[in-house]
Design a protein. Structure first.
Length: 161
């Protein structure tokens, strides 16, 4: 099935890799000045957060398709950032994981029928959620954070264009 929401989700597969192109390890680790109003995390932390979020979203999407009324667990992004050593992970590898996950998940989504978009699960904090809502949230979440990456780059004088 081709659906605008699925195509928008799939089209974002390379956005993170593009957003960090030509940044040095030092650029990735640079923590922005709070006065810059571009968020508190380094680009590195944002990229690793996006990879963790992508794994959670891919799991939720698969559960919504494969299971009846699955429980979709929330996770604490700040605890992940604190305890999973974001500073020691690889931002380029994380961007590649996002690309691969989006591409593979898009293949699954293109194989379902339109009725599957209304399949529901129960988010542990937000309650009932449909596949379409999860897909839209995954798409807007990535776009929101990619914008912050671009803002952080601009703050460092490393704009892409």
């Amino acid at each position: 099935m081709s659906h605008p929401l699925i195509e928008q989700y799939a089209a974002a597969a390379d956005k993170v890799a593009q957003a960090i192109r030509n940044l040095t390890p030092e650029d990735l680790q640079c923590v922005p000045d709070p006065a810059a109003n571009v968020g508190k995390w380094s680009i590195q932390q944002v990229v690793i957060h996006l990879a963790d979020a992508e794994a959670a979203f891919a799991d939720r999407i698969r559960r919504l398709i494969a299971e009846d009324d699955p429980i979709l667990y929330a996770w604490d992004e700040n605890l992940f950032a604190q305890r999973l050593h974001y500073e020691r992970q690889s931002a380029p590898d994380a961007a590649e994981m996002i690309r691969l996950s989006r591409n593979q998940t898009a293949r699954i989504l293109r194989a379902i029928d339109e009725a599957a978009l209304s399949r529901k699960g129960r988010h542990s904090e937000r309650g009932p959620v449909t596949l379409a809502e999860s897909l839209e949230f995954a798409t807007t979440h990535l776009d929101h954070h990619v914008k912050f990456i671009h803002d952080k780059r601009a703050n460092m004088g490393k704009e892409m264009w």
